[in-house]
Each structure stands twice: as C-alpha cells, then as structure tokens.
Design a protein around this ligand. Structure first.
Ligand code: PLP
Length: 401
C-alpha cells in the first residue's frame, strides 16, 4: 500500500515482514557473536567481501530490523540504533568532525547537547558557534571555512522554536556542510530528510519508545554514512561502541508501530490545553497556536495528520511559582514532576533549573528562557477536559490566576 505524499506511518507498517522464522514479532537475537562456516568466510567478512553478521557491536538481526523500520519511517536509506539519544548525537557529530573543525548550532538545544558542544568538543579542538536558529542571516554569517555541520532541533528544547529546515538546507548545501537535525520532539510530525536535512538523530527514550522504560537513540542517514559509522577500522560507532542492546531494540521496535496513534493523541491533548491556558491568560507557548512565531512555518513544513505535537510551555515568571505549581499538580494526579517527555502520563519540569541548567544564565536570558518556565509533555489522557480542570484548580489554589 502506498500513497503519493510521504507517509511515515504507512512506510513503517509496510516494513512488517512475512518471514515465518520470525513469527509476527521478530525474535530477539541473543548473541554477541556469530558463527562462520570456515576461516575464509570470516576473513572475507572482515575485509568487507562477504556480507554477514560478525559481532553485535557492529550489527545484529534485531537492531537491523529496528533500524530498517526507522529508515522507512524517516525516508533515509539506513539507520543505526544506540543506547541513548546522547550516544546518537555524539557519535554522529564525532563521525563528521575532526580536530580543527567547526559547528554552527542553534543556541537552544537540549542541555546535554549544549554542554557537549560547549564543554566537551573544545577539548578535542572542535569549536561551536551558537546562533539564533530562526535568524537565517545569523546562521549563514556564522559559517567559517572549517564549518562541517549546521545543527539544530526541528522543535527546539525547551523554547519550542521551529527550525526552517528547507532554508537551513539551502545554506548548508551552499557552504558544503552537513545539516544534522534532532527530531526527538516531533517524530512523524516532521520528516527532516524530506525537507533537505542530511542526518536525523533521535532520542528514542522519548516519543518513539513512549514508555519511559529505557534510554535509546537512533541515527538515520544514507547507507554510505551508516557504513562509515560502523567501519571496522575508523568508524566512530564501531570504535566507541554505543550500540543498543537487542532486548531493548526488540521492545522499542514493537512500540514504534503505535507511534502514529500516540502522536495524534499527544497533539490533540496539547492543543486543547494550550487553548485553555490562553483563555486563562497564561503566557503560553504552543506551536499549534496562531501567535507562535513559527506557526505558519510549521504548518507549511509538517506532515499535518499528526498535529502540532505534545509539547507546551507556560511562563509563571518565578522559579518559586513554577516549583509549588508542579508539586501541587503531581499531588493532584495531573502527572509527574520529572524530566523527559513523550510518556503516556503528562510530565512537567522547570527547564531553566533542570534540562537546560547546563546553559549559563546569561545565555538563558539572551534566548528568552524564563526562570518560571514550566514545560509540559502532555500525556495520552482520555479525558483531557478533566485534566485541565485539575490543573486550573492548582492555579486557583496557588493564586497564580
Ligand atoms: N535530544 C533531545 C531533544 C532531548 O530532549 C534529549 C533528552 O532529554 C536528548 C536528545 C538526549 O537523549 P537521551 O536522554 O536519550 O540521551
């Protein structure tokens, strides 16, 4: 079954196999190493003259199936799966950059990515210029002769800005750099490769797996790039060894097939809450609202059937307000005061003091990250109206509205 426009969910469903050996779910490969018929076959495999599984850090049947499913969903030739989102990001970056190279990155990214760029990469002689990714002139002006990567998140963490991937792609191609996109907040909603990105990275810990039972990551790219990553002699993935365990790969693979339904429900619930928050007069940031600075850009570049995503933020001005509000919401059962996102329960955190705490205060101020920002990852609640009533009662009790 196929449709003419790019359809991540159908592409994914079409990867289901009919191989009797596997049953309806793929068997879990429980081997770190694999046998060869004879010494010659082993030598040929190591020389790249024979295709076979040789060692699980390189490839194994379970990770290969999950990777093929992710590649189909993303529209890439291949993918490779890692033990965390940070493993995917750092592996992809270190594959592309060597000492003396330079990266242009959005100044709003996940705090761990920011810290890797700001504190870790300089130790390797790799420098990063942080820019306002919505200012395309600033992006282009930051490019140097040694720039290898333009890096951003499709929907940035925690400010929920939308990156203009088609325009960034033009700039990237003009200057012969690679456009690397973290699509963690918006799987299926955005298909960055179709918009001109070169490499897509994911924290599968979040929406893709959707169960908060493991960390995991993925790199989706050309076959050439993935093969280079796992090259026995100089591949970053092969030599640093960030591979995902097969038991987790198997469970994530099964969860992937409900992703399209989950994304639609996260988006529906988030849109409902965002509208209600606005009616209460709260400073609300949701890409689905017309007053979001990149609402039109998102509308023009997204796959519309999955909605505007599950992430909202509201600004309660002070860290004290944010703190007591989140504690009360948790007490009343709205969800959990916890970092991370993409879970079936609603999660909320104060970004400035948690997942973006690696970003220095001066830069938090520059990017407009308020200390009272509460970031919601809206859950799969069946009756979001009831959830809203409870949230409202917390605001009233604390005299925040
Ligand atoms: N990318 C984004 C946008 C994130 O929000 C996170 C984690 O919060 C990561 C990457 C890192 O993923 P992981 O925690 O799986 O290493």
């Amino acid at each position: 079954m196929s449709t003419t426009k790019f359809d991540p969910a159908t592409n994914l469903l079409n990867t289901l196999h009919t191989d009797q050996v596997f049953g309806v779910n793929q068997s879990i490969s429980d081997s770190a190493t694999f046998t060869f018929e004879d010494g010659q076959q082993m030598t040929d495999t190591f020389n790249g003259e024979h295709q076979a599984f040789l060692y699980s850090r390189h490839w194994n049947p379970t990770n290969l199936e999950l990777s093929k499913a992710l590649a189909a969903m993303e529209g890439t030739e291949m993918a490779w799966v890692t033990g965390s989102g940070m493993a995917a990001i750092t592996t992809a970056i270190l594959q592309l950059c060597k000492t003396g190279d330079h990266i242009v990155s959005s100044m709003t990214t996940y705090g761990g990515t920011f810290a890797f760029f700001k504190n870790w990469l300089p130790q390797m002689g790799i420098t990063v210029t942080f820019v306002d990714i919505s200012n395309l002139e600033e992006v282009e002006n930051a490019i140097q002769d040694n720039t290898k990567i333009i890096y951003t998140e499709t929907m940035t963490n925690p400010l929920l800005q939308i990156s203009d991937v088609p325009e960034l792609s033009k700039i990237s191609k003009k200057h012969n750099t690679k456009l690397v996109i973290d699509n963690t907040f918006t799987p299926m909603i955005f298909s960055p490769i179709k918009l001109g990105a070169d490499i897509v990275v994911y924290s599968m810990t979040k929406f893709i797996n959707g169960k908060n039972d493991t960390t995991a990551g993925a790199i989706c790219a050309s076959e050439e790039f993935i093969n280079a990553l796992i090259d026995l002699n100089d591949g970053t993935a092969m030599l640093l060894g960030p591979v995902l365990d097969t038991f987790r790969a198997s469970s994530i693979h099964k969860n992937l097939f409900t992703l399209h339904i989950r994304m639609k429900q996260h988006s529906l619930n988030a849109m409902f809450l965002a509208k209600k928050f606005k009616e209460l007069g709260l400073k609300t940031n949701y890409a689905g609202c017309k007053d979001h600075p990149q609402h039109e850009l998102m509308t023009a570049t997204m796959n519309p059937e999955y909605g505007y995503g599950g992430m909202i933020s509201i600004d309660l001005n002070t860290i004290e307000n944010a703190s007591k509000f989140m504690a009360l919401m948790q007490k009343k059962g709205v969800g959990y005061l916890a970092v991370s996102l993409g879970y079936f329960k609603t999660l909320f955190s104060n970004s400035g003091s948690s997942t973006s705490s690696e970003v220095p205060q001066s830069l938090q101020d520059k990017m407009g990250l308020s200390e009272g920002l509460v970031r919601y990852s809206v859950g799969l609640d069946n009756h979001i109206e009831t959830t809203f009533d409870v949230i409202k009662s917390c605001l009233v009790e604390l005299e925040l509205i």
